[in-house]
Write a protein that binds this ligand. Structure first.
Ligand code: GTP
Ligand code: SPV
Ligand code: MN
Length: 640
């Protein structure tokens, strides 16, 4: 297995060469790029287009960094950032692999912080549905403009003293695609600068594009002052993540972790993205995109929305167990989708890398991820082996001795996990062995079906097809899932998570549903919508369905339904596979009756729960069509 591989012989030589190159690059960057802002302006700043330069200078005046470094995206720059991070104690090399690095964060900065994430607008109702006006909402944390300004003023003045401010011009989506958008992030974190180069397309090419078209999203980030460790400064007590869609602005303070600090991802591509998408008539969604070729050689693409840590990366990289099927990956987290002139829904992955959940990833569950992540990867909060490799729960047998994610000695008898449950790998998408040939297509790939799903231990069948588009939108609105470690939630409580977007809506959820409902038009080919649940459990708490590669069996049925094959029966919830239509050959003992059962009491309670949620969280902003759908569901269940 990979993590027990011996250390490559030439590793030491290569690290030495690399360190020498980095040292040279760093020295040259100090002279050329790393500019004392006070004093005369050096070429890199002068080369910025006027609006970018104004943003950089305003940010520098506020944060008072010692240096400003405009990222050019070069290899030398990457080497310099790594060297700097080694010196600062932010990363350690993992000699067992090729150009892989380990970061241990402050234990108080390990996931997205939903309670400190806000959307600002003049009108609260732009952000929060009617029912929650003036109160705390589970569907949109509102902040008023004066509170937003105060929050910035309380945190940012002078926060980068003695630090370098990195300026990261980045493109979400292939540079130059009509579906792509540009941002500029300024940050005082070398870890963020390095990670952004993996997760987005950064550098001089983007600056060039900005000279042609000055539209960009302004992203201001600081890890903050006053807390954390030497290698991982942060300010957990004062962390805040702010969005002002009207001004195309994101401001984040206090956290260096994932979605809190890599501002192209959830902040831009989803929260601001959803606002822009609605305005321009498209969709910005928390969805993977995957291509599936059937044994006849026909290829279709599907998109799927599952909440954080509920299986998107795994489905996006699936190794199908069904013979003759091939799966190829376009994206594992975010989809930007738009109907083209022929009425086909086309999707791009705006990202350039994977920021994937490590625990549970193994040769058995996700061999494709295993062959993606052991090169050019930054691992965060996984455990380290004595040989300079990594380990996490679910990877395979635990080695006898490890250093855990906190940096402490760990043995299989230790009661706490070796890797943090939200530990992650950050790897370039292009090195995924099944990356789709069209993954950087400017036009996007055509979407035939949309899957929705979550972790539902009880009551929810393996797969259900929506009767039509509006029913599918209702399925999305009614989605619930067990909480995971991707944010600060404690325990495994089943939470509402409509469209897997609850933490990521940039505007009023009622308006979001209305936007989805408004999409069907004459001439448009609407994808079929399905709800899936890989996570149903039996009385003993064991998963009823093997999941992972076996999910290809469900995809096969989905594609047959996309061809309008009559391989379904209708239930109160929607269409499910007709008896025998789901291929279970060779699966052994699977309790199909239990997997597809629709317990009446459970579903009556579920409808009550949905009604309460719609009433208390959305109220009069709920489109009437959603109430009709809920009534239909209730009637169907009562009749059953
Ligand atoms: P984010 O990056 O947080 O958005 O997560 P994600 O939706 O990409 O989730 P991911 O694919 O990383 O899966 C999260 C966890 O769920 C991992 O521990 C997986 O091993 C596990 N998982 C994924 N697919 C399945 C499945 O089909 N069955 C079971 N039982 N577990 C799964
Ligand atoms: C998620 O939480 O859905 C993630 C990880 O994909 S993060 O980038 O931290 O948002
Ligand atoms: Mn995600």
């Amino acid at each position: 297995m990979l993590h027990y591989k011996t250390i490559p012989e030439d590793y030491v030589r290569r690290t030495e060469q690399c360190a020498a190159a980095a040292q040279a690059a760093l020295a040259c960057n100090r002279a050329a790029h790393v500019t004392a802002l006070r004093g005369h302006k050096l070429p890199q700043l002068a080369a910025l287009s006027p609006k970018v330069r104004a943003f950089v200078e305003r940010s520098a005046a506020l944060c008072e960094p010692e240096h400003v470094h405009v990222c050019d995206g070069s290899e030398a720059e990457a080497a310099a950032l790594l060297l700097l991070m080694r010196q600062q104690g932010t990363v350690r090399p993992l000699p067992q692999y090729d150009n892989c690095w380990l970061t241990r964060t402050d234990p108080a900065d390990v996931a997205r912080v939903e309670s400190r994430t806000f959307i600002c607008s003049e009108r609260e109702r732009d952000v929060v549905p009617a029912a929650r006006a003036g109160a705390r909402s589970a569907l949109g944390n509102y902040i008023a403009p004066h509170d937003y300004d105060a929050a910035v003023q309380e945190r940012f003045p002078g926060c980068m003293k003695g630090r370098t401010m990195y300026v990261i011009p980045f493109s979400m989506g292939p540079l130059g695609s009509p579906l792509s958008k540009i941002g500029v992030e300024v940050t005082d974190s070398a870890y963020v600068a390095y990670s952004m180069r993996v997760m987005t397309r950064i550098g001089s090419k983007v600056l060039e594009q900005l000279r042609k078209d000055e539209q960009f999203v302004r992203c201001l980030h600081s890890v903050g002052v006053g807390g954390g460790t030497a290698g991982w400064p942060c300010d957990p007590a004062r962390t805040i993540i702010l969005h002002r869609p009207a001004d195309n602005e994101i401001v984040s303070y206090g956290s260096g972790y994932g979605g809190n600090s890599l501002l192209g991802k959830k902040c831009f591509a989803l929260r601001l993205g959803s606002v822009i998408a609605r305005r321009e008539g498209w969709l910005a969604e928390h969805m993977l995109i995957v291509g599936i070729t059937d044994p006849k050689g026909r290829k279709r693409y599907i998109a799927a929305a599952f909440p954080s840590a509920c299986g998107k990366t795994n489905l996006a990289m699936m190794t199908p167990s069904l013979p003759g099927y091939k799966v190829e990956c376009v994206g594992d987290d975010i989809a930007w989708m738009r109907f083209d002139d022929d009425g086909v829904l086309r999707a791009i992955n705006p990202e350039n890398g994977f920021f994937g959940v490590a625990p549970g990833t193994s040769e058995a569950t996700n061999p494709i991820a295993m062959s993606t992540v052991f090169r050019n990867t930054v691992f965060t909060n996984v455990a380290e082996t004595p040989e300079g490799g990594v380990w996490w729960e679910g990877m395979g047998p635990a080695p006898p001795a490890l250093t855990d994610w906190r940096g402490q000695a760990w043995t299989p008898d230790t009661k706490t996990p070796a890797a943090h449950p939200n530990s992650r790998f950050c790897s370039p998408a292009e090195q995924c062995p099944i990356i789709d040939a069209e993954w950087e297509s400017a036009a996007g790939v055509p979407i035939s079906a949309i899957l929705l799903g979550g972790r539902r231990p009880a009551g929810v069948p393996l797969v259900v097809e929506a009767r039509d588009w509006a029913h599918g939108v209702f399925m999305g609105a009614a989605m619930r899932s067990e909480a995971t470690a991707a944010a600060e939630h404690a325990g495994k409580v089943v939470m509402h998570d409509p469209f897997a977007m609850r933490p990521f809506f940039g505007y009023n959820f009622g308006d979001y549903l209305q936007h989805w409902l408004s999409l069907p038009r004459p001439g448009r080919q609407m994808p079929k919508i399905f709800h899936v649940n890989w996570f149903r459990k039996d009385q003993q708490g064991k998963f009823l369905w093997p999941g992972f590669g076996e999910n290809s069996r469900v995809l096969e049925w989905v594609l047959r339904r996309c061809d309008d094959e009559p391989c379904h029966v209708t239930t109160p919830l929607g269409h499910v596979p007709a008896p025998g239509a789901l291929n279970t050959d060779g699966l052994g003992d699977i309790d199909m009756d239990e997997l597809f059962s629709i317990p009446k009491d459970f579903w009556l309670k579920e409808t009550e729960c949905i009604e309460k949620y719609f009433t208390e969280e959305v109220g009069e902003d709920m489109p009437s069509e959603m109430w009709n759908q809920l009534n239909t569901l209730r009637e169907n269940i009562k009749k059953a």
